[in-house]
Structures are given as structure tokens and as C-alpha cells.
Design a protein around this ligand. Structure first.
Ligand code: CO
Length: 425
């Protein structure tokens, strides 16, 4: 299996991330299921299913009368710029720029003056059908140039960026019309005129790296949430068999509210639980009651330059283990905290705690959104990181392995509750 840096480096878009995990599952003998087909599941079987090419779930059937579902969910998307359909902006002068729109709540200034390119997918007419092709334009193609300090005297005084003006990437000088579409078609291995649909995003050319005096840190695009997506996946693959069905879930569209068919607000996971219960003849309500979900999405470490943004008594440190998140916008409660803490203890993994400073709102999580579709005991956790929603984020280089160990323990367990008595096996 790829290591974290390789996985991140080879996942310039959510579609690539899903494809990389899918390939690993294929290599490990998992059977691909189609949502349009019937599911004939067998004891001892290993399966996966994708939705929209940007969300993925994998699971194993331990026995016919399994206890419940032990699950993790993280997200494949991260804040970026989506390339608009009619992408080419000609002028002013001889400049050719790309028309983009914001996807998610990124830190805009971080996108300036960095080599960028385009990644995602195109849908192509092929042999009477519509085929999906992954796209990565493998060159330093774009840059969003800053305005010179001499021309913007306010640049260092809390300048407000206008996405339609300040964040437009430059691609070429004096080029013919259709040049961008041609580049995309070339990268997809198709003809420009055969492209019927596109999902293309700007992405950073900078490769992930480990840095610091002792290699303490890892930096990459999309650590939120591909670091958790990777750690949970590895834990899922390494887990021992239990009497529960381990389910690995990767949702899309968390950064724009999750309300899509491939997002946590959709029915993807609830559909899977329905179908597994139906195929195995297992009563769904009692299986769901014996289920546990780890919603894994990165958390904030104390910032070295702004320690005051952290809560007085909840101060996550880097390389000190996964963080359990508490607050009204998180799914964690005392019971789910206790279950996760007990499993981490068993795995020898330290846990930390996060709560927002009392005058700050913080972000919501897919854990809460998913609960509306499938009501299970859920804990919100994440790995501590800095610069969340920058185009190049920073986390601790040792924390991924802590998450792998913790998730391997979660996925090796099964769980039931009887009137406040929680039994882990
Ligand atoms: Co996130």
C-alpha cells in the first residue's frame, strides 16, 4: 500500500484519490459492486462500491448474524477553485486566463504566486457510451500573480481579495481559442470535441513533503481531509476480523455542505446498510443500534504564532495523537467519547481533546450530517493540523500512524448497548 506522501502526491483531485483507493482494494481482492446491480453477498466476502467516482465505501462480511457496523467517514474534497465550463478568458491585452469559481472556504492569499495546474475528470463520448477519464495536466500551467507591493499599498493591511478579479489564474499569452480544452483532452487521452462534461479544479504543483529539524511536520494540499481518509483506510485494511461489519466511508462535498448524492447528507451510506442487511437477512434496526461511527476530519493544533485562538484547556499538540472534538456542532457525546477512548487505550494510542474557544463557532462536521441519514453512536475526531484551508496545509508527521493504529482497533471491535451498558468485543 502507498505511504501517505505518495498517496497525497498521486491524488491531485478527489477523483484520483478514490481511484487510488479503488486500485488498492482491487489488488487486495475486493469485489466491486454496482449500485445499479443486485448485491449477492457472502460470508467472508470483501466488497467496495463507488458513487460519482468521488465517494467510496468498502466493507467485509464476517458472518451471517453480524452484530452491527463499525464505520469511519472522512471526505475526499478540499477547498479549491473549480474551472468554469466556458473557461477561457481572453484579455486584457494578450493574456489568456481561466474563469474559475470558489469551491469551499479556502484561504485565498495562499493561492497566489504558486505554480498550479488542473485536475479532475471529463466525461467523454466513447463507443456509444459516456466514459469517465481522469485528468491531470502534468505541467506548470497556471499562476495567480499578486499585484506588486508598489501598486497595492494596502496589500499588507488586511487586503480583501475579490475572487472574480484577484484570484484569476493566468495561462498563456497570445494563444488561439480552445487551447485550454485541447490541453485537457490531451491529458484525458481523448478528442476535445468528444468531451461532454467536466469536473475540473485548480491544483497545486508543489509535491507533499516532510520537513522540520527532525522531520516533525508534513505539508501537502488537502491534508484536510485526505490525511484522515488515508489513515482510516490503512486502519481498515489492517484490522482483524470481528463479529461486526467494518465499513470504510469516503464522502465527497463536505466543504460545500455535504448535500449531494455522494455527500454525507445523501443516502449513500444508509443505502449500503439497507442492502447489506437485506442481502444477509439481518434485522436492520438492531444492527444499526449496535453500530459505531468515527467521523474523522482534521482538527486544529495550537498555532505557534497565535496560541490565543485555542481554548484555555483544550490545546491539541502535533504528533500527540488523534483529537476528540466536543461542541454543539459535533456528534461526540460522553458515550461515543468513552467508546473511542477505550479503543485507543487498547491500541496504545494517546488521545487529545478539542473544544472551540467559547466565543468562536468552529466548523460543522460530516458526522452530524450523516446522523440524519443513519442514526448511530458517532464520535468526531481529527488529526491536529495548522493552516486549515490553505492550499498547502501542515500536520504532524507521526500522527497518521496513530490514527492507523486507532482505526485498526475500531475496525477490529464490535459494539452493543443495553440500557447504558456498553459492551465492546
Ligand atoms: Co475537513
Amino acid at each position: 500500500m502507498r505511504d501517505l506522501l505518495t498517496f497525497l502526491g498521486e491524488s491531485p483531485s478527489r477523483f484520483h484519490a478514490v481511484e487510488n483507493l479503488r486500485q488498492t482494494l482491487e489488488q487486495e481482492g475486493y469485489t466491486r459492486l454496482s449500485e445499479c446491480g443486485t448485491w449477492d453477498l457472502a460470508v467472508g466476502g470483501k466488497y467496495y462500491v463507488t458513487r460519482n467516482g468521488s465517494a467510496l465505501m468498502a466493507f467485509r462480511i464476517p458472518r451471517k448474524d453480524f452484530t452491527g457496523f463499525m464505520m469511519s467517514a472522512s471526505h475526499s474534497d478540499y477547498p479549491a477553485f473549480r474551472v468554469k465550463e466556458n473557461a477561457e478568458l481572453t484579455g486584457p491585452e494578450k493574456y489568456l486566463r481561466l474563469n474559475t469559481e470558489r469551491y469551499g472556504g479556502q484561504l485565498l492569499s495562499t493561492w497566489l504566486d504558486r505554480p498550479l495546474t488542473v485536475a479532475g475528470r471529463v466525461l467523454v463520448e466513447e463507443k456509444g457510451a459516456i466514459a469517465t477519464k481522469l485528468v491531470y495536466v502534468d505541467k506548470d500551467l497556471l499562476m495567480i500573480p499578486s499585484v506588486a507591493a508598489h501598486m497595492n499599498r494596502e496589500a499588507n493591511n488586511g487586503f480583501k481579495f475579490d475572487p472574480k478579479c484577484d484570484m484569476v489564474p493566468l495561462m498563456a499569452l497570445d494563444t488561439e481559442k480552445g487551447a485550454f480544452r485541447k490541453l485537457v483532452a490531451e491529458a484525458a487521452g481523448c478528442k476535445a470535441e468528444d468531451i461532454l462534461g467536466t469536473d475540473l479544479f485548480l491544483c497545486l504543483r508543489q509535491k507533499p513533503l516532510v520537513w522540520g529539524a527532525n522531520g516533525e511536520f508534513v505539508s501537502a494540499a488537502g491534508l484536510d481531509d485526505l490525511q484522515c481518509a488515508y489513515g482510516c483506510f490503512k486502519g481498515f485494511m489492517e484490522a482483524k476480523e470481528s463479529s461486526s461489519v467494518p465499513v470504510y466511508v469516503l464522502f465527497d462535498n463536505e466543504e460545500v455542505g455535504s448535500q449531494t448524492k455522494q455527500g454525507a447528507g445523501g443516502t449513500f451510506l444508509a443505502d449500503l446498510v439497507d442492502r447489506v442487511c437485506a442481502a444477509m437477512g439481518r434485522d436492520k434496526a438492531s444492527a444499526v443500534a449496535c453500530s459505531f461511527m468515527v467521523s474523522a476530519d482534521n482538527a486544529h493544533a495550537v498555532h505557534p504564532n497565535h496560541p490565543e485562538f485555542a481554548d484555555a484547556t483544550h490545546r491539541p499538540a502535533m504528533n500527540a495523537g488523534p483529537v476528540i472534538k466536543f461542541g454543539v456542532r459535533y456528534a461526540t457525546d460522553g458515550a461515543s467519547q468513552a467508546i473511542f477512548t477505550a479503543l485507543c487505550k487498547k491500541a496504545g494510542v494517546p488521545v487529545q481533546h478539542f473544544a472551540n474557544r467559547s466565543d468562536m463557532a468552529g466548523g460543522g462536521t460530516l458526522g452530524c450530517i450523516s446522523l440524519g441519514q443513519l442514526s448511530v453512536n458517532t464520535v468526531d475526531i481529527g488529526l491536529p493540523q495548522l493552516a486549515m484551508h490553505s492550499c498547502f496545509e501542515t500536520a504532524g508527521s507521526k500522527d497518521t500512524e496513530y490514527l492507523v493504529k486507532a482505526m485498526a482497533e475500531v475496525y477490529s471491535a464490535s459494539f452493543r448497548e443495553d440500557h447504558g451498558l456498553f459492551t465492546l468485543a
